[in-house]
Design a protein around this ligand. Structure first.
Ligand code: MSP
Length: 518
């Protein structure tokens, strides 16, 4: 019997512009969960990729005098390079222009046409070109698109529709019955509210005459497939749906789809109904995060307030960037970005709480014990509150991660670091060192610090992979326990006699500088 893989996905990013902080955020969050699960002993499949069809892309390619094919080829490497830079360890990168994906889209459509879930009708409605969405008169807000507030145009055309309406009651009940399905609670309520209005069937084609850049709609070649219908299918096409039954059964249903709040409706209404119509199981959780804002506005290329994740991580280090993203907001809420705030967090949490504690520990170990972990009495060591805190960290952090709260997880880890710094002040090892009768106490104090730092280093791996790795190597823990078997190693995590290297500062002090825009 093969084991079910834990399956996590990001949205597929439009390639109309280079990725910004909002895109980096989702990928860092998913990467942290994926790493946490892997280190906890699970088999994980982490999927990300790019959404390459539709008007947005066609328009920008034409504006740049390029074909959409050539344009997307040139854009995709920007995404892959950023994910490499940010240490995003995905298992597969799907592109909606991949032949295998297009084949699956064809097969899904064929299936849904055969089952009668897709039908043809003459339709007239208000169309928002940038959002590629049809709206009814009632849905318009002051005559404009309810999503982006831009002008809409009246269109009358024949199109193909997907029967959302007949599944409305089923979906409402599913969401009501399954609290874990849409998170956080506030977003679940929004979707429930939306589902209490009549649900219109979804127009899933666009006439080729109006939009050429899309997957051809096989049942009628005068049409292409609506970009959202094409893109959502990626979550199953990437794992072999209608192509490889064994692979598919190992992966589906997905455990976690992470999306931004602006695309929750597509994921929490269209997607579950598409799956239901195909006779497939539902994903376990769809988790919506908030927006990064700057100057009160959503960060976005089109609003001209883009924050470049590449420059930020180049300037401050990848882990500093990951820390800021994961810690600054509770998952689900909006967060304001400013470089000043970033620098403040860097100094307080990274350079001071973590970097300084490391430096104090490794320097004192070098000074008093020639850099070698001292031999101590285990029960005396275990009596220190700092040590029990460090050793008791994992279950608490695991609980926070199970509740999709990486911010809380980091807060819990930081409690140990803050406590560690207080501990140094209380113990005053430099005073103990002056009195030969206190050598045992000195050994214990330094060993307690080392014990706490070693636990922090192991648990920090999914969040700040580089820093954790550096600490582990310096601590001589070249084959560290994973999170599943950490408890077994508890006593032996740092073996007496092991040489610990102090190394360069983990987070060098920031130079004073005039704030630059990134
Ligand atoms: N292509 C669709 C998704 C298809 S998934 C089958 C799309 N792409 S997008 O590039 O416009 O957005 C991708 C993700 O980035 C969304 O989850 C969106 O919420 C997120 N973000 C875009 N700007 C953002 C911020 N300023 N802050 C946080 N995330 C935001 O939608």
């Amino acid at each position: 019997m093969t084991r079910k893989v834990s399956y996590i996905t990001t949205p597929l990013y439009y390639v109309n512009a280079k990725p910004h902080i909002g895109h980096a955020y989702t990928n860092v969050v998913c990467d942290t969960f994926a790493r946490f699960w892997r280190l906890s002993g699970q088999d994980v499949f982490f999927l990300t990729g790019t959404d390459e069809h539709g008007t947005k892309i066609e328009k920008i390619a034409r504006e740049q005098g390029q074909t959409p094919e050539k344009f997307v080829e040139e854009m995709v490497p920007h995404f892959k390079a950023l994910w490499a830079k940010l240490d995003i360890r995905y298992d597969f990168f799907i592109r909606t222009t991949d032949a295998a994906h297009k084949r699956t889209v064809d097969r899904v459509l064929q299936k849904l046409v055969e089952s009668g879930d897709i039908y043809e009708k003459e339709y007239s409605g208000w169309y928002c070109m940038p959002c590629e969405s049809f709206w009814t008169e009632l849905q318009l807000v002051e005559g404009k698109c309810p999503d982006c507030r831009r002008e809409v145009q009246r269109l009358q055309e024949k199109n193909y529709f997907f029967k959302l309406n007949q599944y409305q009651d089923w979906l409402l009940q599913k969401i009501q019955a399954d609290k874990a399905f849409i998170q956080p609670e506030m977003r679940r309520n929004e979707i429930l509210g939306f589902l209490r209005q009549p649900l219109e069937d979804l127009c899933i084609t666009r006439p080729k005459a109006r939009l050429g850049w899309g997957i051809p709609f096989a049942p009628n070649p005068e049409f292409v497939v609506y970009v959202w219908f094409d893109a959502l299918i990626n979550y199953v096409s990437a794992v072999g749906y209608l192509q490889d039954a064994v692979q598919f059964s190992m992966h589906w249903p997905a455990d976690l789809h992470v999306v931004g709040k602006d695309i929750l409706r597509q994921h929490a209404v269209y997607w579950p109904i598409m799956l239901k119509a195909c006779g497939l199981e539902q994903p376990k959780t769809i988790l919506a995060h908030g927006w990064w804002t700057m100057g009160g506005d959503k960060v976005s290329k089109s609003r001209g307030n883009s924050v470049d994740p590449w420059l930020l991580s180049q300037k401050y280090g990848v882990d500093a960037f990951r820390y800021f993203l994961l810690h600054e907001v509770t998952l689900g809420m909006d967060g304001a970005f400013s470089e000043g705030l970033f620098r403040e967090r860097y100094t307080t949490a990274l350079a001071n709480d973590l970097g300084n504690l490391w430096h104090r520990y490794a320097s004192m170990l070098a000074k008093y014990f020639e850099g070698l972990v001292p031999e101590t009495n285990e029960s005396a060591l275990a009596a220190f509150e700092l040590v029990t805190r460090g050793r008791g960290l994992l279950p608490k952090v695991s609980q926070a991660m199970a509740a999709y709260d990486p911010r809380l997880a980091l807060d819990l880890i930081w409690e140990v670091l803050v406590r560690g710094n207080q501990f140094v002040e209380e113990q005053k090892p430099w005073v103990l060192a002056k009195d030969p009768a206190k050598t045992g106490d000195l050994k214990l104090a330094i060993a307690a610090l080392g014990d706490a730092l070693a636990h922090v280093a192991v648990i920090l791996r999914p969040f700040l992979p580089h820093t954790a790795e550096t600490m582990l190597v310096r601590l001589g823990l070249t084959a560290p326990p994973n999170l599943a078997n950490l408890a077994e190693f508890e006593r032996a995590l740092l073996k007496p006699g092991t040489r610990v290297e102090r190394g360069d500062p983990l987070f060098p002090k920031l130079e004073d500088e005039v704030e630059e825009k990134v």
